[in-house]
Ligand binder design. Structure first.
Ligand code: XIL
Length: 364
């Protein structure tokens, strides 16, 4: 829905009342950047009513949290399942939202058939068919694609994914070229976690420079933004925005959430294959968030959004990874069954102190 993010007047029911009576984050930051959320599969397939009105009030961009990942959308060689993704696109279009496709080439959440591919040629064929089919189906509808996700190690070297092992870094160039050919108007992003950290940031800049040299179009960088409250790397984030912008890249914060729970000792970054056993010591707030942590979260979010507003010329979009604390993936990753509080809205969709801090920031 590029360029058409205005009214939601066509939507009926409670949302219409909510939008006319009050303004949400999307209105507050309208002159700065888009405000997005990830939508999990159920929120599109069987919408919860209250969550639905909150989404309509607060957000003007949506990302598919899981439903467009290869294991769901391309379960078998040559067989695609667009059942959910069509509904997701329809959801965004009906509400005139900016639609983010997440993600085309990623080493996680791959269908089994891809993991068992042996020859480089077949893998190359998979990449071609995958990108051509999905991106052209949604050309003119998906506004921005996370074309390649998490291709780097923490030291900035290339991750030894199945793609890199069989095809070398050329798979990245190819992926961006294929996406550009299938959807010339979509914004194309490289997305990663910890990419604000100096070594990984330098690796991303190298990766992008190399791909561009080979003729790929890369419009922007997605900084995932899975950070820890109390340990948000503000300086590294600011420096990254400057360096990416200097390289002619737009910046989006693509998966923002601030984890409040203790990290298992060996956790590093947001690699989703890392899992740890449930342990009460790792779940200290099962019945509610203490005031000190609530205030820390609010202070972190406020400082982050002040920084984002400072760089509004460079930043296209801030997307949260989920609507409310109840739905957040951080309740189950990297430790199952925890009670986490990483977003601006609580388990009942009520705004938290962090929301009001962000809401008070002036954007002129
Ligand atoms: C996560 C989803 O939120 C979970 O529901 C799923 O079980 C695993 O993946 N980086 C990404 C996202 O790019 O796709 C991941 O999403 C979180 C880390």
């Amino acid at each position: 829905m590029a360029g058409s993010l205005l009214g939601l007047a066509a939507c009926g029911g409670s949302r219409q009342i909510a939008t006319t009576n009050s303004k949400g984050l999307k209105d507050q930051f309208r002159n700065a950047f888009l405000i997005g959320t990830a939508l999990d599969s159920l929120q599109v397939a069987a919408p919860e009513k209250e969550t639905e009105s909150l989404i309509g009030l607060q957000f003007n961009a949506i990302t598919a949290e899981n439903g467009m990942k290869a294991e769901h959308i391309h379960p078998q060689w040559g067989r695609f399942d667009f059942n959910w993704s069509d509904r997701f696109i329809d959801y965004g279009q009906t509400r005139e939202m900016y639609i983010v496709g997440h993600t085309l080439i990623w080493h996680s959440q791959l269908p089994d058939f891809v993991r068992s591919i042996q020859s480089p040629d077949s893998l190359q064929q998979f990449i071609q068919q995958h990108i051509n089919t999905i991106v052209s189906r949604y050309a003119g509808k998906v506004d921005s694609w996370d074309v390649v996700n998490e291709a780097l190690n923490e030291d900035g070297s290339y991750r030894q994914s199945i793609f890199f092992e069989k095809l070398g870094a050329a798979y990245i160039t190819d992926a961006f070229k294929l996406a550009a050919a299938a959807a010339p108007d979509a914004a194309l992003y490289y997305n990663d976690y910890n990419i604000e950290q100096p070594r990984k940031r330098a690796g991303a800049l190298r990766l992008i420079e190399e791909a561009r040299k080979e003729g790929a179009r890369i419009d922007g960088v997605g900084i995932q933004g899975h950070w820890h409250s109390g340990k948000v790397p503000f300086e590294a984030i600011e420096q990254s925005i400057r360096e990416f912008a200097a390289a002619g890249l737009k910046v989006a914060i693509t998966e923002l959430d601030l984890n409040l729970l203790p990290a298992p000792p060996k956790l590093s970054g947001a690699e989703i294959s890392q899992r740890f056993a449930a342990d009460p010591a790792l779940n200290p707030y099962p019945t509610g968030l203490p005031e000190a942590q609530q205030q820390q979260l609010a202070a972190d979010y406020e400082r982050l959004f002040r920084l984002f507003v400072k760089y509004r010329q460079q930043i296209t979009r801030i997307s949260f990874w989920g609507v409310n604390d109840r739905q957040s993936w951080l309740n189950n990753w990297p430790v199952p069954g925890r009670t986490n509080y990483p977003l601006l809205f609580d388990r009942e969709n009520q705004p938290k102190p962090a929301y009001f801090k962000v809401r008070a920031i002036e954007v002129n």
